[in-house]
Design a protein around this ligand. Sequence first.
Ligand SMILES: Cc1cc2nc3c(=O)[nH]c(=O)nc-3n(C[C@H](O)[C@H](O)[C@H](O)COP(=O)(O)OP(=O)(O)OC[C@H]3O[C@@H](n4cnc5c(N)ncnc54)[C@H](O)[C@@H]3O)c2cc1C
Length: 497
Amino acid sequence: MGAITGQQFLDRLRDNPPTLYIDGERVTDPTTHPATRNMAHSLAGLYDLQHQPQWRDLLTFEENGQRYATSFMVPRTKEDLARIGEAHRVRANYALGFLGRAPDYMNANVMAAGTGAEYFSACSASVAGDEKRDFAANMRRYFEFVRDNDLCLTHALTNPQVNRAKQASEMPDPYIALGVVEETEEGVIVRGARMMATLPIADEILVFPSTVLKENADKSRYAMGFALPCNAPGLSFQCREPFDIGRDPEDHPLGSRFDEQDAFVIFDDVLVPWERVFLLYDVELANKAYAGTEAVLHMAYQVVNLKVAKTEAFLGTAQAIVNAIGSGQFQHVQSKVAEIIVMLEIMKALEVAAVAGAQPNANGVMTPARGPLDAARNYYPAVYARLPELLQLLGASGIIMMPSKADREGPLGPQIQKYLQAGAASADERLKLFRLAWDMSMSSFGGRQSLYEKFFFGDPVRMHSALYEVYNKQPYVERIQAFLNQAAQPEGVAADD
Ligand SMILES: Cc1cc2nc3c(=O)[nH]c(=O)nc-3n(C[C@H](O)[C@H](O)[C@H](O)COP(=O)(O)OP(=O)(O)OC[C@H]3O[C@@H](n4cnc5c(N)ncnc54)[C@H](O)[C@@H]3O)c2cc1C
């Protein structure tokens, strides 16, 4: 099949709806339910983008006579990598960078896991020669399956919070955390929950081996990797409160179109067929799966491109506000916009450095450089909060005094037009812009973005620790040591001089 259209995506979603619950109700058709339909249609728009003549050659590529989404491309050269990055940015711009889990993200995951699938053959529960229990072959086939059908994936890695002082096996019930109950001829039965899956309006869920297992034994029922259709029997998604509350897109320009949703995922004795199992019981392999397959690097590369697009959107919005209200002559205003420019240029430089330092791995996959990507995924969560704050500081009361579209069309319309015009724009134009700034920085949609940016790639505290562990600091220590030794005994100067 290859790259699908928006209509194909919607038809598939309507015919095979994920088991979603919102506000105590089962969503039988996410393409028409008020809380999900706009997001479903926005996703459809994203699929359509890849068929537009302007973008087709960038957003898709041809292989063996078939066109696939570029985010599935296996990069063999730096040029491939740069092309994938450009495609990520174009797709990110579609929602101004505010769709954190657009399908590209998981496409990068399955591409890397599929090409690095040999990693999973080391799992002791994998049985070579058994077609269904050959986990490496399962992963390879799964990548092809997702790519060939241009599937939309969600994923869920972390176990419910309950008690972070305890291991999964020490919880009041051994199946609060997702665990294997038993093996059958057909597959494994899993029970328990996963804390968070963004974009549950998806075809499939990937439960990729989690990186946070702290079990005492080498083997654990909590170590696993698998994939399932989002309507597998026994699987349910409990969604959070929707941020699309049915307002006109002029009033909620982001929330009304791009509420990707987040869901708590419940597995009630769900059968995972053997051919969908990628890893089982092996704690060490589970903990290192993202690094071992290098999926983390390809996903972080999608992320750095996405965040470039998002920061550009903040810069554009900030400067448009400055232009609208004529505040650009104030030095502190210039300085605030400059802060965004600095963030943007840092993220762009890290993206460029990731490609410049890319190296082919053992499978011939051109792999972006880790250093700049680790820097990007640690830097952005730390600075993001300043972006919405800067919009608030630049927009001030303008970001709250925003009569709606209905108000503008109501009895006070003429007064609104007079008093809420901008120095350089009509009231209609000004209010649309400030509504966008509000949705980026203050609405429930914008608030969630702030939390999302802190945690979407993991706990920032533990990400810092991981960076500390992997980064080779020794050459710099040695240089300092050499300098100190040199300083202690300056050349040509005797010690008792
Ligand atoms: C909006 C949003 C969307 C998300 N989307 C997804 C998704 O699509 N898929 C997915 O898999 N995940 C998703 N996540 C989850 C994300 O991966 C986690 O939030 C992140 O890994 C942190 O885990 P946690 O939320 O369980 O926090 P916890 O681990 O419970 O941490 C809570 C607090 O305790 C501290 N803490 C806990 N344990 C330790 C420890 N061992 N050492 C030091 N400090 C500790 C943390 O620093 C933090 O301050 C999303 C999260 C958010 C907020």
